[in-house]
Design a protein around this ligand. Structure first.
Ligand code: PMP
Length: 454
């Protein structure tokens, strides 16, 4: 597979070569690479990306879903510049009003959130959620689902994209490390569960209940494979019974499936929720929110002064350590609040979902017209194209699809001005137009034609 070899991306190729001399692999996150070289982008505007060769793309990567308002939305721009102009600096390193305003907003929107703390990324948010679960229960281990991603750190870099030869039985998956350099400790202390298999999940949870502090999951795996309602209801019931903290990782699904995330759609209250991406309006952020009794562990004795200032000392034990120079960054919170404000305007989310549905439907028709077995899979404003049949309910089903053909089509799409990283999912923004959809569908038609030589 040669990937994208094109006369029109020569500057990208040259700049990437230069990058490789000083940056390992030429990329700042491994996921950004594709053959033979990724495209170097220069500018984003609305639903479009422009590369260094001046090529224009309709952007469906949207920074892995973060840019729900597209590139450079004027409301975000205004909020950020106002914040910076008026405050004279970007960060105070002190408490400030907007931290409370955003927390109140999240509490209003997310059924499982009663209190909030901020971090700088989704990764830090899930890490803090897990630490809170361990602190709250006094137990040591964490369970996660096979195929679920929660950020690039040791404890959860297990069985995200495992090789089937090493992954064991479907109903009792084995922990497989995703990186060199992971201490064995995490393989031994992370319990792996099969997504959407309630019976097997319940059995594993009961076997490990005495040592499990929490279960973390993406309620919609990868933003595209939903948990069954029965599975979710069952999981909530069992975790409650066994005193296992239920953590929803809504870094991807937050604000994208509904303003209240997946939990609002399922009608399920997780104990702790991790947020990120859209929350920062295009800037780096993360947050956790959850039950007051769990969140309050962070305040127990964070500093002795907190006690005399009247904060509740809930358990007289040492506090949970949570810090971060840039936590609650005012500029980023301003961008996030402006983003939520736009999304809350009457009809905005409905229109976004309707456009996504329209694109999915038209893409399905195009693939079908070439006799290809294809389905779109997803919810709300995220979906992916699966070249394969059957009901896909977890990582193992997903790994059966025809990724070779999909990749070939994706490389052609890049030449035709439709951007997503090959094989990546599609995220939509509120500024993608019907004209964009029209052009995207036509590009798929042409790409398939080229690949099939028709
Ligand atoms: N959890 C999920 C579900 C994610 O999709 C991501 C990012 N792709 C993360 C956690 C990590 O977030 P970040 O990249 O901001 O650290």
């Amino acid at each position: 597979e040669n990937g994208l070899v094109s006369e029109s991306t020569q500057t990208s190729a040259a700049l990437f070569k230069k990058a490789c001399k000083v940056i390992p692999g030429g990329v700042t996150a491994n996921i950004k690479y594709f053959n033979p070289h990724p495209l170097m982008m220069e500018k984003g505007k609305g639903s479009k990306l422009f590369d260094v060769d001046g090529n224009e793309y309709i952007d469906y990567l949207l920074c892995y879903g973060a840019l729900i308002l597209g590139h450079g939305h004027h409301k975000v721009f205004e909020a950020v510049t106002k914040q910076m102009m008026e405050s004279g600096t970007t960060i105070f390193g002190t408490p400030h009003k907007m931290e409370t305003t955003m927390a109140e907003k999240l509490i209003e929107l997310y059924p499982g959130i009663e209190m909030v703390r901020y971090t700088n990324s989704g990764l830090e948010a899930t890490l803090l959620a897990i630490r809170t679960a361990v602190a709250y229960t006094g137990k040591q281990k964490i369970a996660k689902f096979e195929g679920h991603y929660h950020g690039g750190y040791d404890q959860v870099l297990v069985s995200v994209n495992p090789d089937m030869d090493r992954a064991g039985e479907a109903a009792a998956p084995k922990a497989v490390g995703e990186s060199r350099g992971l201490p064995d400790y995490y393989l031994q202390n992370t319990v792996i569960l099969p997504f959407n298999d309630l019976e097997a999940t319940e059995k594993i949870l009961r076997d490990h209940a005495h040592e499990l502090a929490g279960v973390i999951l993406e309620p919609i795996q990868g933003g595209i494979i939903p948990a069954n309602q029965d599975f979710m209801t069952g999981l909530r019931k069992i975790t409650e019974e066994l005193n296992i903290v239920l953590i929803f990782d809504e870094v991807k699904t937050g604000f994208r499936l509904s303003l209240g995330g997946a939990q609002k759609i399922y009608g399920i209250k997780p104990d702790i929720t991790a947020l990120g991406k859209v929350l920062g309006g295009g800037f780096p952020i993360g947050a956790i929110g959850g039950k007051k009794e769990m969140m309050m562990i962070s305040s127990a004795r964070g500093s002795r002064d907190i006690l005399t200032a009247g904060a509740e000392n809930t358990d007289k034990q040492d506090p949970l350590y949570h810090s971060g120079t840039y936590n609650g960054h005012p500029t980023i919170l301003a961008a996030g609040l402006a983003t939520i404000n736009v999304l809350e305007q009457e009809g905005t989310m409905d229109k976004l979902f309707a456009r996504t549905q329209l694109l999915r439907k038209q893409l399905e028709e195009v693939y079908k017209s070439y006799g290809l077995t294809m389905q779109t899979l997803g919810m709300g404003s995220i979906f992916n194209i699966i070249l394969g049949e059957g009901n896909i309910k977890n990582y193992r089903d997903m790994s059966q699809s025809n990724t070779k053909l999909r990749k070939q089509i994706d490389y052609e799409l890049l030449k035709l001005g439709v951007y997503t990283k090959p094989l990546n999912r599609y995220s939509m923004s509120v500024v993608h137009t019907e004209e964009d959809i029209h052009r995207t569908v036509a590009a798929h038609d042409e790409a398939i034609k080229r690949v099939l030589n028709k």
